[in-house]
Design a protein around this ligand. Structure first.
Ligand code: F0G
Length: 467
Protein backbone atom coordinates (compact mmCIF):
# COMPACT_ATOMS: atom_id res chain seq x y z
CA UNK A 1 0.00 0.00 0.00
CA UNK A 2 1.40 3.41 -0.99
CA UNK A 3 1.89 5.76 1.94
CA UNK A 4 0.41 9.22 1.57
CA UNK A 5 1.33 11.99 3.93
CA UNK A 6 -1.26 14.64 4.54
CA UNK A 7 -0.17 17.68 2.52
CA UNK A 8 0.73 20.81 4.36
CA UNK A 9 -2.14 23.30 3.98
CA UNK A 10 -1.38 26.31 1.73
CA UNK A 11 -3.38 28.57 4.08
CA UNK A 12 -3.73 29.34 7.75
CA UNK A 13 -7.00 29.52 9.67
CA UNK A 14 -8.38 32.95 10.49
CA UNK A 15 -11.91 32.21 11.59
CA UNK A 16 -13.30 29.09 13.22
CA UNK A 17 -16.71 27.48 13.50
CA UNK A 18 -17.15 25.41 16.69
CA UNK A 19 -18.27 21.79 16.31
CA UNK A 20 -18.95 19.24 19.04
CA UNK A 21 -19.59 15.55 19.40
CA UNK A 22 -22.87 14.80 21.19
CA UNK A 23 -22.78 12.03 23.83
CA UNK A 24 -23.57 8.54 22.50
CA UNK A 25 -27.02 8.38 24.13
CA UNK A 26 -27.97 11.66 22.45
CA UNK A 27 -26.77 10.36 19.08
CA UNK A 28 -28.97 7.27 19.51
CA UNK A 29 -31.94 9.55 20.20
CA UNK A 30 -31.18 11.67 17.14
CA UNK A 31 -31.12 8.58 14.91
CA UNK A 32 -34.48 7.41 16.23
CA UNK A 33 -36.03 10.86 15.82
CA UNK A 34 -34.68 11.08 12.25
CA UNK A 35 -36.09 7.60 11.49
CA UNK A 36 -32.52 6.63 10.61
CA UNK A 37 -32.42 9.05 7.67
CA UNK A 38 -29.19 11.06 7.89
CA UNK A 39 -30.70 13.88 5.76
CA UNK A 40 -33.10 14.53 8.66
CA UNK A 41 -30.35 15.08 11.21
CA UNK A 42 -29.70 18.71 12.17
CA UNK A 43 -26.26 20.09 11.27
CA UNK A 44 -25.61 21.03 14.90
CA UNK A 45 -26.00 17.38 15.88
CA UNK A 46 -23.14 16.36 13.61
CA UNK A 47 -19.45 16.39 14.46
CA UNK A 48 -17.83 15.84 11.04
CA UNK A 49 -20.14 16.55 8.10
CA UNK A 50 -19.09 14.77 4.91
CA UNK A 51 -22.53 14.79 3.29
CA UNK A 52 -21.37 16.94 0.38
CA UNK A 53 -18.59 19.16 -0.96
CA UNK A 54 -21.23 21.43 -2.47
CA UNK A 55 -21.45 24.94 -1.05
CA UNK A 56 -19.72 23.77 2.12
CA UNK A 57 -16.18 25.06 1.51
CA UNK A 58 -14.37 27.79 3.44
CA UNK A 59 -13.94 31.09 1.62
CA UNK A 60 -10.63 32.93 1.39
CA UNK A 61 -9.86 36.46 2.61
CA UNK A 62 -10.13 37.64 -1.01
CA UNK A 63 -13.59 36.14 -1.33
CA UNK A 64 -14.82 37.65 1.94
CA UNK A 65 -13.36 41.01 0.92
CA UNK A 66 -15.01 40.73 -2.49
CA UNK A 67 -18.46 40.51 -0.86
CA UNK A 68 -18.25 44.20 -0.06
CA UNK A 69 -17.81 44.95 -3.75
CA UNK A 70 -21.10 43.21 -4.52
CA UNK A 71 -23.12 45.50 -6.76
CA UNK A 72 -26.78 44.77 -6.07
CA UNK A 73 -28.15 46.79 -9.01
CA UNK A 74 -31.01 44.96 -10.64
CA UNK A 75 -29.66 45.49 -14.16
CA UNK A 76 -26.12 45.90 -15.43
CA UNK A 77 -24.37 45.37 -12.08
CA UNK A 78 -20.57 45.78 -12.14
CA UNK A 79 -20.26 42.45 -10.34
CA UNK A 80 -21.82 40.67 -13.29
CA UNK A 81 -19.34 42.11 -15.78
CA UNK A 82 -16.41 41.01 -13.62
CA UNK A 83 -17.95 37.53 -13.40
CA UNK A 84 -18.65 37.41 -17.14
CA UNK A 85 -15.09 38.38 -18.00
CA UNK A 86 -13.66 35.70 -15.68
CA UNK A 87 -15.89 32.93 -17.01
CA UNK A 88 -15.22 33.97 -20.62
CA UNK A 89 -11.49 33.92 -19.95
CA UNK A 90 -11.62 30.32 -18.66
CA UNK A 91 -14.22 28.88 -21.05
CA UNK A 92 -13.63 30.95 -24.19
CA UNK A 93 -17.42 31.11 -24.73
CA UNK A 94 -19.22 34.27 -25.87
CA UNK A 95 -22.36 34.16 -23.75
CA UNK A 96 -22.42 33.65 -20.00
CA UNK A 97 -25.81 33.09 -18.39
CA UNK A 98 -25.73 33.26 -14.56
CA UNK A 99 -27.89 30.94 -12.43
CA UNK A 100 -28.09 30.49 -8.68
CA UNK A 101 -26.98 26.85 -8.80
CA UNK A 102 -26.21 24.00 -11.18
CA UNK A 103 -29.65 22.48 -11.47
CA UNK A 104 -31.16 25.72 -12.78
CA UNK A 105 -28.46 25.84 -15.47
CA UNK A 106 -29.63 22.29 -16.29
CA UNK A 107 -33.27 23.33 -16.31
CA UNK A 108 -32.87 26.33 -18.65
CA UNK A 109 -30.51 24.43 -20.94
CA UNK A 110 -32.48 21.18 -21.32
CA UNK A 111 -35.78 23.09 -21.62
CA UNK A 112 -34.23 24.87 -24.61
CA UNK A 113 -32.67 21.92 -26.47
CA UNK A 114 -34.66 18.75 -25.72
CA UNK A 115 -37.74 17.33 -27.41
CA UNK A 116 -39.74 14.42 -26.05
CA UNK A 117 -38.05 11.13 -26.94
CA UNK A 118 -34.54 12.61 -27.30
CA UNK A 119 -31.52 10.89 -25.77
CA UNK A 120 -28.74 12.51 -23.75
CA UNK A 121 -25.57 10.43 -23.34
CA UNK A 122 -23.19 11.36 -20.50
CA UNK A 123 -20.19 9.60 -18.91
CA UNK A 124 -22.51 9.49 -15.87
CA UNK A 125 -25.35 11.86 -15.06
CA UNK A 126 -25.47 13.43 -11.63
CA UNK A 127 -28.97 12.91 -10.10
CA UNK A 128 -30.22 16.45 -10.77
CA UNK A 129 -28.93 16.34 -14.36
CA UNK A 130 -30.72 13.05 -14.91
CA UNK A 131 -33.87 14.43 -13.29
CA UNK A 132 -33.80 17.52 -15.53
CA UNK A 133 -33.31 15.43 -18.70
CA UNK A 134 -36.23 13.19 -17.72
CA UNK A 135 -38.35 16.16 -16.69
CA UNK A 136 -38.03 17.62 -20.22
CA UNK A 137 -39.07 14.30 -21.80
CA UNK A 138 -35.57 13.02 -22.60
CA UNK A 139 -33.83 9.80 -21.74
CA UNK A 140 -30.56 10.03 -19.79
CA UNK A 141 -27.99 7.45 -20.95
CA UNK A 142 -24.96 6.71 -18.75
CA UNK A 143 -21.88 5.52 -20.63
CA UNK A 144 -18.99 5.22 -18.18
CA UNK A 145 -15.82 3.67 -19.60
CA UNK A 146 -15.36 -0.08 -18.97
CA UNK A 147 -12.18 0.62 -16.94
CA UNK A 148 -14.37 2.26 -14.25
CA UNK A 149 -15.26 -1.20 -12.98
CA UNK A 150 -11.78 -2.72 -12.97
CA UNK A 151 -9.74 -2.60 -9.78
CA UNK A 152 -6.49 -1.04 -10.92
CA UNK A 153 -4.63 2.28 -10.82
CA UNK A 154 -5.92 3.71 -14.12
CA UNK A 155 -6.08 7.43 -13.33
CA UNK A 156 -8.86 8.27 -15.82
CA UNK A 157 -11.77 6.13 -14.73
CA UNK A 158 -14.13 9.06 -15.27
CA UNK A 159 -13.90 8.71 -19.07
CA UNK A 160 -16.90 8.21 -21.33
CA UNK A 161 -17.09 4.97 -23.34
CA UNK A 162 -16.48 6.46 -26.80
CA UNK A 163 -17.10 3.22 -28.72
CA UNK A 164 -20.47 2.84 -27.06
CA UNK A 165 -21.22 6.50 -27.69
CA UNK A 166 -20.49 6.17 -31.41
CA UNK A 167 -22.53 2.98 -31.74
CA UNK A 168 -25.40 4.57 -29.84
CA UNK A 169 -25.49 7.64 -32.10
CA UNK A 170 -25.43 5.45 -35.21
CA UNK A 171 -28.18 3.24 -33.85
CA UNK A 172 -30.57 5.99 -32.68
CA UNK A 173 -29.70 8.55 -35.36
CA UNK A 174 -28.03 11.90 -34.71
CA UNK A 175 -31.40 13.72 -34.88
CA UNK A 176 -32.47 11.87 -31.69
CA UNK A 177 -29.33 12.96 -29.80
CA UNK A 178 -29.28 16.77 -29.57
CA UNK A 179 -26.42 16.92 -27.08
CA UNK A 180 -23.75 14.74 -25.45
CA UNK A 181 -22.36 15.55 -22.00
CA UNK A 182 -19.19 14.79 -20.13
CA UNK A 183 -19.23 15.40 -16.38
CA UNK A 184 -15.85 16.59 -15.07
CA UNK A 185 -14.94 15.07 -12.74
CA UNK A 186 -17.32 12.12 -12.88
CA UNK A 187 -19.06 12.54 -9.52
CA UNK A 188 -21.32 9.49 -9.56
CA UNK A 189 -18.65 6.91 -10.35
CA UNK A 190 -16.13 8.11 -7.75
CA UNK A 191 -15.21 11.72 -8.55
CA UNK A 192 -12.73 10.46 -11.06
CA UNK A 193 -11.24 12.53 -13.85
CA UNK A 194 -11.65 12.45 -17.61
CA UNK A 195 -8.53 12.57 -19.79
CA UNK A 196 -7.95 15.18 -22.47
CA UNK A 197 -7.56 12.33 -24.98
CA UNK A 198 -11.05 11.06 -24.10
CA UNK A 199 -12.48 14.58 -24.33
CA UNK A 200 -10.94 15.05 -27.79
CA UNK A 201 -12.28 11.68 -28.98
CA UNK A 202 -15.80 12.37 -27.72
CA UNK A 203 -15.70 15.87 -29.22
CA UNK A 204 -14.64 14.49 -32.61
CA UNK A 205 -17.45 11.92 -32.58
CA UNK A 206 -20.10 14.50 -31.64
CA UNK A 207 -18.99 17.07 -34.17
CA UNK A 208 -18.70 14.50 -36.96
CA UNK A 209 -22.39 13.77 -36.36
CA UNK A 210 -23.36 17.43 -35.94
CA UNK A 211 -24.25 16.94 -32.25
CA UNK A 212 -23.63 19.51 -29.50
CA UNK A 213 -20.96 18.56 -26.99
CA UNK A 214 -21.18 20.05 -23.46
CA UNK A 215 -19.61 19.73 -20.02
CA UNK A 216 -21.17 19.50 -16.64
CA UNK A 217 -18.09 21.24 -15.24
CA UNK A 218 -18.78 21.53 -11.48
CA UNK A 219 -15.24 20.23 -10.72
CA UNK A 220 -13.31 21.34 -13.81
CA UNK A 221 -10.20 22.55 -11.92
CA UNK A 222 -9.80 19.26 -10.05
CA UNK A 223 -10.09 17.51 -13.42
CA UNK A 224 -7.47 19.80 -14.98
CA UNK A 225 -5.09 19.05 -12.12
CA UNK A 226 -5.38 15.29 -12.72
CA UNK A 227 -4.64 15.87 -16.43
CA UNK A 228 -1.52 17.84 -15.50
CA UNK A 229 -0.40 15.12 -13.15
CA UNK A 230 -1.16 11.99 -15.19
CA UNK A 231 -1.48 12.79 -18.89
CA UNK A 232 1.69 13.09 -20.91
CA UNK A 233 2.26 16.42 -22.61
CA UNK A 234 0.56 18.44 -19.87
CA UNK A 235 3.22 18.41 -17.13
CA UNK A 236 4.53 21.85 -18.09
CA UNK A 237 1.18 23.59 -18.59
CA UNK A 238 -0.62 25.74 -16.07
CA UNK A 239 -4.02 24.65 -14.75
CA UNK A 240 -5.60 27.59 -16.53
CA UNK A 241 -4.04 26.59 -19.85
CA UNK A 242 -5.30 23.03 -19.38
CA UNK A 243 -8.78 24.27 -18.42
CA UNK A 244 -8.85 26.55 -21.46
CA UNK A 245 -7.87 23.65 -23.70
CA UNK A 246 -10.55 21.45 -22.10
CA UNK A 247 -13.21 24.09 -22.82
CA UNK A 248 -11.98 24.57 -26.41
CA UNK A 249 -13.37 21.11 -27.34
CA UNK A 250 -16.93 21.74 -26.13
CA UNK A 251 -19.73 23.91 -27.48
CA UNK A 252 -20.68 24.97 -24.00
CA UNK A 253 -20.84 24.07 -20.32
CA UNK A 254 -23.16 24.04 -17.31
CA UNK A 255 -21.62 24.73 -13.94
CA UNK A 256 -22.61 24.43 -10.33
CA UNK A 257 -20.20 26.99 -8.82
CA UNK A 258 -20.82 25.50 -5.35
CA UNK A 259 -17.91 23.14 -5.99
CA UNK A 260 -14.95 24.54 -7.95
CA UNK A 261 -16.41 28.06 -7.73
CA UNK A 262 -15.39 27.79 -4.04
CA UNK A 263 -18.61 29.58 -3.11
CA UNK A 264 -21.78 28.71 -1.20
CA UNK A 265 -24.10 29.49 -4.10
CA UNK A 266 -23.83 30.08 -7.83
CA UNK A 267 -23.77 28.63 -11.31
CA UNK A 268 -23.85 29.41 -15.01
CA UNK A 269 -24.37 28.27 -18.59
CA UNK A 270 -21.51 29.22 -20.95
CA UNK A 271 -22.00 28.92 -24.72
CA UNK A 272 -21.21 30.61 -28.02
CA UNK A 273 -24.41 29.96 -30.00
CA UNK A 274 -26.28 33.26 -29.97
CA UNK A 275 -29.68 31.82 -30.88
CA UNK A 276 -29.55 29.23 -28.13
CA UNK A 277 -28.23 31.80 -25.65
CA UNK A 278 -31.22 34.03 -26.44
CA UNK A 279 -33.68 31.18 -25.91
CA UNK A 280 -32.06 30.21 -22.61
CA UNK A 281 -32.00 33.82 -21.41
CA UNK A 282 -35.70 34.30 -22.14
CA UNK A 283 -36.53 31.35 -19.89
CA UNK A 284 -34.02 32.55 -17.28
CA UNK A 285 -35.94 35.79 -16.87
CA UNK A 286 -39.17 33.88 -16.21
CA UNK A 287 -37.84 31.37 -13.67
CA UNK A 288 -34.61 32.73 -12.22
CA UNK A 289 -33.82 36.41 -12.66
CA UNK A 290 -32.57 39.19 -14.90
CA UNK A 291 -29.61 38.15 -17.14
CA UNK A 292 -27.06 40.14 -15.13
CA UNK A 293 -27.74 38.35 -11.85
CA UNK A 294 -29.73 35.16 -12.60
CA UNK A 295 -30.74 34.29 -9.07
CA UNK A 296 -27.47 35.27 -7.41
CA UNK A 297 -27.00 38.38 -5.31
CA UNK A 298 -24.15 40.69 -6.32
CA UNK A 299 -22.28 39.36 -3.29
CA UNK A 300 -22.67 35.75 -4.47
CA UNK A 301 -21.39 36.74 -7.91
CA UNK A 302 -18.30 38.37 -6.41
CA UNK A 303 -17.54 35.31 -4.26
CA UNK A 304 -17.79 33.02 -7.29
CA UNK A 305 -15.65 35.33 -9.44
CA UNK A 306 -12.86 35.35 -6.86
CA UNK A 307 -13.31 31.59 -6.26
CA UNK A 308 -12.99 30.69 -9.94
CA UNK A 309 -9.63 32.42 -10.10
CA UNK A 310 -8.37 30.92 -6.84
CA UNK A 311 -9.41 27.37 -7.61
CA UNK A 312 -6.87 27.15 -10.43
CA UNK A 313 -3.97 27.77 -8.03
CA UNK A 314 -1.77 24.72 -8.29
CA UNK A 315 -0.65 24.70 -4.65
CA UNK A 316 -4.30 24.61 -3.64
CA UNK A 317 -5.11 21.75 -6.05
CA UNK A 318 -2.07 19.71 -4.98
CA UNK A 319 -3.24 20.10 -1.38
CA UNK A 320 -6.83 19.23 -2.29
CA UNK A 321 -6.06 16.09 -4.28
CA UNK A 322 -3.30 15.10 -1.81
CA UNK A 323 -5.74 15.40 1.07
CA UNK A 324 -8.13 13.02 -0.67
CA UNK A 325 -5.30 10.54 -1.31
CA UNK A 326 -4.34 10.71 2.35
CA UNK A 327 -7.95 10.22 3.45
CA UNK A 328 -8.40 7.21 1.14
CA UNK A 329 -5.21 5.71 2.49
CA UNK A 330 -6.11 5.99 6.18
CA UNK A 331 -9.60 4.63 5.51
CA UNK A 332 -8.15 1.61 3.72
CA UNK A 333 -5.70 1.04 6.55
CA UNK A 334 -8.65 1.10 8.94
CA UNK A 335 -10.08 -1.89 7.05
CA UNK A 336 -12.72 -0.37 4.78
CA UNK A 337 -12.52 -1.12 1.04
CA UNK A 338 -12.67 2.00 -1.18
CA UNK A 339 -12.93 2.83 -4.87
CA UNK A 340 -9.46 3.48 -6.23
CA UNK A 341 -7.67 5.53 -7.28
CA UNK A 342 -9.18 8.25 -5.10
CA UNK A 343 -10.85 11.05 -7.06
CA UNK A 344 -11.03 14.78 -6.49
CA UNK A 345 -13.73 15.37 -3.92
CA UNK A 346 -14.84 12.27 -2.05
CA UNK A 347 -13.92 8.81 -0.84
CA UNK A 348 -16.36 6.09 -1.84
CA UNK A 349 -16.44 3.13 0.57
CA UNK A 350 -17.65 -0.13 -0.90
CA UNK A 351 -20.20 -1.00 1.80
CA UNK A 352 -21.41 -4.07 -0.10
CA UNK A 353 -17.94 -5.56 0.19
CA UNK A 354 -17.41 -4.29 3.74
CA UNK A 355 -20.67 -5.81 5.02
CA UNK A 356 -21.14 -8.98 2.93
CA UNK A 357 -23.67 -10.36 5.44
CA UNK A 358 -26.15 -7.59 4.57
CA UNK A 359 -27.77 -8.14 1.15
CA UNK A 360 -28.51 -5.15 -1.16
CA UNK A 361 -32.24 -5.36 -0.29
CA UNK A 362 -31.29 -4.59 3.31
CA UNK A 363 -29.06 -1.66 2.33
CA UNK A 364 -25.48 -2.19 3.53
CA UNK A 365 -24.69 1.45 2.62
CA UNK A 366 -27.45 2.63 4.93
CA UNK A 367 -26.16 0.37 7.69
CA UNK A 368 -22.67 1.87 7.45
CA UNK A 369 -24.02 5.43 7.17
CA UNK A 370 -26.05 4.97 10.36
CA UNK A 371 -23.11 3.36 12.16
CA UNK A 372 -20.75 6.22 11.23
CA UNK A 373 -23.13 8.59 12.96
CA UNK A 374 -23.85 6.30 15.91
CA UNK A 375 -20.16 5.59 16.57
CA UNK A 376 -18.61 8.93 15.68
CA UNK A 377 -21.17 11.65 14.89
CA UNK A 378 -20.03 11.53 11.25
CA UNK A 379 -22.37 12.17 8.31
CA UNK A 380 -21.77 10.46 4.99
CA UNK A 381 -24.31 9.52 2.34
CA UNK A 382 -25.51 6.20 0.97
CA UNK A 383 -25.00 5.92 -2.79
CA UNK A 384 -26.51 2.52 -3.40
CA UNK A 385 -29.86 0.81 -3.57
CA UNK A 386 -31.68 3.45 -1.54
CA UNK A 387 -30.59 6.24 -3.88
CA UNK A 388 -30.70 4.29 -7.14
CA UNK A 389 -32.82 1.23 -6.41
CA UNK A 390 -36.55 0.82 -5.88
CA UNK A 391 -39.54 -0.12 -7.92
CA UNK A 392 -40.40 1.07 -11.41
CA UNK A 393 -43.74 2.87 -10.89
CA UNK A 394 -45.01 1.59 -14.27
CA UNK A 395 -43.84 -2.03 -14.46
CA UNK A 396 -43.49 -2.76 -10.73
CA UNK A 397 -40.04 -4.22 -11.45
CA UNK A 398 -37.67 -4.03 -8.49
CA UNK A 399 -34.05 -3.05 -9.02
CA UNK A 400 -30.87 -2.48 -7.03
CA UNK A 401 -27.94 -0.17 -7.65
CA UNK A 402 -24.84 -1.55 -9.39
CA UNK A 403 -22.78 -0.95 -6.22
CA UNK A 404 -23.57 -0.36 -2.55
CA UNK A 405 -21.42 2.66 -1.67
CA UNK A 406 -21.08 5.26 1.05
CA UNK A 407 -19.69 8.60 -0.08
CA UNK A 408 -17.59 10.69 2.28
CA UNK A 409 -17.33 14.04 0.48
CA UNK A 410 -14.68 16.44 1.69
CA UNK A 411 -15.62 20.14 1.86
CA UNK A 412 -12.90 22.41 0.46
CA UNK A 413 -10.40 23.93 2.95
CA UNK A 414 -12.56 22.94 5.95
CA UNK A 415 -11.23 19.85 7.74
CA UNK A 416 -7.69 19.12 8.93
CA UNK A 417 -5.69 15.87 8.96
CA UNK A 418 -6.78 15.14 12.52
CA UNK A 419 -10.45 15.37 11.54
CA UNK A 420 -9.81 12.85 8.78
CA UNK A 421 -7.81 10.61 11.15
CA UNK A 422 -10.78 10.69 13.51
CA UNK A 423 -13.06 9.44 10.72
CA UNK A 424 -10.60 6.62 9.93
CA UNK A 425 -10.38 5.70 13.63
CA UNK A 426 -14.17 5.53 13.80
CA UNK A 427 -14.15 3.21 10.79
CA UNK A 428 -11.51 1.05 12.47
CA UNK A 429 -13.79 0.62 15.50
CA UNK A 430 -16.71 -0.25 13.23
CA UNK A 431 -14.58 -2.70 11.21
CA UNK A 432 -13.65 -4.60 14.40
CA UNK A 433 -17.30 -5.52 15.03
CA UNK A 434 -18.79 -5.14 11.56
CA UNK A 435 -20.45 -8.57 11.70
CA UNK A 436 -22.84 -7.12 14.31
CA UNK A 437 -24.18 -4.42 12.01
CA UNK A 438 -27.78 -4.83 10.93
CA UNK A 439 -29.71 -4.32 7.73
CA UNK A 440 -32.54 -1.80 7.30
CA UNK A 441 -36.09 -1.83 6.02
CA UNK A 442 -37.87 1.15 4.46
CA UNK A 443 -41.10 2.04 6.27
CA UNK A 444 -42.03 5.12 4.26
CA UNK A 445 -40.82 6.42 0.91
CA UNK A 446 -41.54 8.98 -1.81
CA UNK A 447 -41.87 7.97 -5.47
CA UNK A 448 -39.04 10.20 -6.68
CA UNK A 449 -35.61 10.83 -5.09
CA UNK A 450 -36.70 8.73 -2.11
CA UNK A 451 -33.35 8.90 -0.29
CA UNK A 452 -34.00 12.47 0.90
CA UNK A 453 -37.15 11.70 2.86
CA UNK A 454 -37.45 7.91 3.36
CA UNK A 455 -37.94 6.49 6.87
CA UNK A 456 -36.28 3.30 8.09
CA UNK A 457 -36.44 0.59 10.69
CA UNK A 458 -33.31 -1.21 11.84
CA UNK A 459 -33.59 -4.99 11.48
CA UNK A 460 -32.49 -7.38 14.21
CA UNK A 461 -29.64 -9.80 13.59
CA UNK A 462 -32.11 -12.73 13.39
CA UNK A 463 -33.96 -10.95 10.59
CA UNK A 464 -30.69 -10.48 8.71
CA UNK A 465 -29.87 -14.18 8.96
CA UNK A 466 -33.23 -15.58 7.88
CA UNK A 467 -33.58 -13.45 4.78
N1 F0G B 1 -23.61 18.38 -11.57
C1 F0G B 1 -22.78 17.72 -10.73
C2 F0G B 1 -21.66 16.91 -11.29
C3 F0G B 1 -22.98 17.80 -9.35
O1 F0G B 1 -22.16 17.14 -8.54
C4 F0G B 1 -24.05 18.59 -8.86
C5 F0G B 1 -24.31 18.68 -7.41
C6 F0G B 1 -24.88 19.26 -9.76
C7 F0G B 1 -24.62 19.14 -11.12
C8 F0G B 1 -26.04 20.09 -9.32
O2 F0G B 1 -25.62 21.28 -8.82
O3 F0G B 1 -26.43 21.32 -6.46
O4 F0G B 1 -25.65 23.40 -7.62
O5 F0G B 1 -27.79 22.36 -8.25
N2 F0G B 1 -23.79 17.92 -6.56
C9 F0G B 1 -23.90 17.93 -5.12
C10 F0G B 1 -23.27 16.70 -4.54
C11 F0G B 1 -25.24 18.23 -4.58
O6 F0G B 1 -23.42 16.48 -3.31
O7 F0G B 1 -22.59 15.96 -5.24
P1 F0G B 1 -26.42 22.14 -7.71
Amino acid sequence: MKEHKHPSEPFRIKSVEPIALLPRAAREKVLKRARFNIFKVKAEEIYIDLLTDSGTGAMSIDQWAALMRGDESYAGARSFYRFEETVKDITGKKFIVPTHQGRVAENVFFSSVLKKGDYVPNNTHFDTTRANVIHKGGEAMDMPCPEADIEDDNPFKGNIDTQRLERFIEEKGADKVPVVFITVTNNSTGGQPVSMANIIEASTICHRHGILFYYDCARFAENAYFIKRYESGYEGKTIKEIAQEMFSYVDGALMSAKKDGLASMGGFVALSDEKLATKITELLIVIEGFPTYGGMSGRDIEAVTAGLKEVMNEDYLAYRVGQLEYFGNVIEQAGAPIIKPTGGHAIFINAGKFLPHIPPEQFPGQSLTVELYREGGIRGVEIGSIMFGGEDPETGKKYNAPKELVRLAVPRRVYTASHLDYVAETLRKIAARKGELNGFRITKEAKLLRHFTAEFEEMTSEQVEVS
